[in-house]
Structures are given as C-alpha cells and as structure tokens.
Design a protein around this ligand. Structure first.
Ligand code: SAH
Ligand code: SF4
Length: 347
C-alpha cells in the first residue's frame, strides 16, 4: 500500500498514467477530491468508475488523522489540535486567526531530537519523522474540521523540519502546487533551529518558501545551553549559511529570538545580536518565552522594548510577536504533554 498524499504532483501523475495506465486527468480528479473537496475515501470519489475506486482502495491509502483533543482559545479563537497517526503516535497542529487570513502551524516530526531547554516538544523526546503525507494531511484535516481555507502555513509545530529534509521538501511541493493545496510559496514559512548544510540546500533546491532561523541567543555559551545542537553547529556557521542562502535566493531571513528574563534579554545581548546579524537582510521576531519550564520567565514589557530599540538603532527590522492563544498554551508540544496518556508514554 502506498500513501497517495505523500506523492507530489509529478509523482501522482506518473503513478496514474504509467503504473495504472489511466488517463492523465484522473490524477487531477483525485487531487481535486483530496485537496479541494477534502474527500478522503476513494469510495466517495464519484467521478471515477467503481472499478477505478476499487483499484485505488486496494493499492493506496490516504493519511487520515484522528482527532484526539481540541482546544479553542476564548481570547482569539486560536485552535489547537491533537491528532493520532496510523501508528498511534500523536502530533499537534494549530490554527491561528488573523484579520485577513488564517494561518496553520504544522508539525514535521513526532517529538524532536534537538531537545531545546525551553521547548515542550524538545522535552518530550523523539519518536520518528513524519511522511510528506502526514505533514500535508494536517492542513487538510484542519480545513475540513474548521470548515475554512488556510492561506498561510508555518512549519513551526513539533519537530525540526531540516532533520526530516526530504519529506519536508516533498510536502512543500504539495502545499504549493496549484492542483494540490495551492498555497502561494511566499505564504509558506519553514522554521529551522539552524542546520547549516540544509539551509544552503534549501536555497540550492530552489525552495522559495520563507525561511525562519531560531537563533534565541547571540552568544555561543548561551545558545549552547538553550539549544544543545549549537555545540555542533555554532552561531557563526548558521549565519554563514544564512548568507549563502541569501546570496542565492535574495530572500530576507526571519530570525526568531525567544526572550528569557535575565538570561538573553540584556542590552549586551541586543548589541551582540546586531553585530552577529550585520550585513544580513533580516527580520527579527522577539518572542516572550512561554513558561513551559518554570525557571524561564518573560522579561518585562519595558525590557523587551529596550531590547527592540537597540536593534532598531542598528537598522534592524524587529517586531515583538503578538501572542496568540495564550490561554491554551498554543506553543506546540504543550497540548501533547498535558494529555495524560502521553505524559505516561514519555515517563
Ligand atoms: N524546530 C524548529 C521549528 C519548530 S519550533 C525550530 O526550532 O525553529 C518553532 C518555534 O516554537 C521556535 O522558534 C519558538 O519560536 C517556538 N517555541 C518553542 N518553545 C517555545 C516557548 N517555550 N515559548 C515560546 N516559543 C516557543
Ligand atoms: Fe526541536 Fe524546535 Fe523545539 Fe528546539 S525549538 S526542541 S528544534 S521543535
């Protein structure tokens, strides 16, 4: 059995014409059922003959997700989903409502092997990579469940996208293709903890999605503590890769910086950050830490503003991320940890 949602458009087309020997437009029909109409059972694809539907059902499957838990923010409608995969593992996705668009935050792995100190996903361990089908399926299931259309996708859920590089690239093609999900490439953002080789590959592979790099610290000794992978790929190497990325794509890079009180929020941190980012076309997002770990607290509003002004003085564009769904712990990984079954599974 093969996963039909793990095929990009070219693969689906050749599967239908070469493997099955059917007409080319059958691939479009199937893509339309799944990605546009959200019909996930071959038996309901009524413009295909019964015989075709039977053949599909015998040889292929659709990556269905079972809804285990859902939380809706009373403040802003942010909706967090906990899904069960075919093998019983669970992952999270989040829908975020903005005035003019709906954004989806999706996962790329079950857990995450990077183990960042502030991150609920990182603390829950690592099980496995998601297939391309399991990645895109989150979008389809949220659209179906909430009866909406998603206009923006951010790969900022559970997992490190660049440690599941091939499946993530495949999923991007499916999210972007006009005959599949059809979301414009500039409306898709991939967030990475910073794996230099993959940042460069991303540019070389012609992936024109937006790139966000989770820096969180400008000094290596601080970043080593927060992001254990920094010991292997220190800040200079990540920034160098970002420069190469920018040379190829000409795209501005987003830099994510989680602000932790009395750890990385000093004036000296801001000055150092400006120095590290010099010459790079960036947009910095300052994110007050979500206190998953009790030791990490948020800086005061005034401290964050002071930090921001220092960056601005250096000509860096910067914004404090508007928080969404604070009442439902919208930072990915938290719902999963709270669900009792999982808490036991990870003990
Ligand atoms: N692994 C990738 C993508 C998923 S994590 C990466 O690290 O970039 C994506 C984002 O989740 C991080 O950049 C961070 O912004 C956010 N995040 C994780 N834990 C958080 C916390 N405790 N508070 C605020 N944001 C958090
Ligand atoms: Fe993994 Fe990103 Fe969480 Fe770090 S922040 S543990 S890289 S998901």
């Amino acid at each position: 059995m093969k996963s039909i949602m793990s095929m990009d458009y070219e693969e689906l087309k050749s599967e239908i014409t070469e493997k099955l020997g059917w007409e080319r437009y059958r691939a479009d029909q199937i893509a339309n059922w799944i990605y546009d109409k959200h019909v996930l059972d071959f038996s309901e694809m009524t413009n295909l003959s019964k015989e075709y539907r039977r053949i599909l059902g015998e040889n292929y499957y659709v990556d269905k997700l079972e809804l285990v838990d859902k939380q809706v923010s009373k403040i802003d409608g942010t909706t967090k989903y906990l899904w069960k995969l075919n093998d019983g593992n669970t992952i999270e996705s989040v829908l975020i409502f903005y005035p003019n668009r709906i954004s989806a935050c999706i996962s790329t792995q079950v857990g995450c092997p990077v183990g960042c100190k502030f991150c609920a996903t990182g603390m829950s361990g690592f099980m496995r990579n998601l297939s391309a089908g399991e990645i895109v399926s989150q979008i389809i299931h949220m659209e179906k469940e909430a009866r909406i259309r998603i206009g923006n996708v951010v790969y900022m859920g559970m997992g490190e996208p660049f440690l599941n590089y091939d499946n993530v690239i495949k999923s991007l093609k499916i999210v972007n293709h006009p005959k599949m999900i059809g979301i414009g490439i500039r409306h898709i953002t991939v967030s990475t903890v910073g794996i230099p080789g993959k940042i460069v590959s991303f540019a070389e592979d012609g992936m024109n999605a937006r790139l966000a790099i989770s820096l969180h610290a400008a000094y290596n000794h601080k970043r080593d503590f927060l992001v254990p992978l920094n010991v292997k790929y220190p800040i200079e190497e990540i920034i160098q890769a970002a420069r190469e990325y920018q040379k190829i794509t000409k795209n501005r890079v987003s830099v994510e910086y989680i602000m932790i009180k009395e750890f990385n929020d000093y004036d000296s941190d801001a000055e150092k950050l400006a120095e590290v980012l010099k010459g790079l076309k960036v947009f910095v997002n300052l994110i007050p830490v979500n206190p998953v770990v009790r030791d990490f607290r948020r800086p005061s509003r005034g401290r964050i503003e002071a930090f921001k002004r220092i960056l601005e003085r250096h000509g860096i564009e910067v914004e404090v991320r508007v928080e969404k769904g604070t009442d439902i712990d919208a930072a990915c990984g938290q719902l999963r940890i709270r669900s009792g079954k999982l808490r036991r599974a990870f003990k």
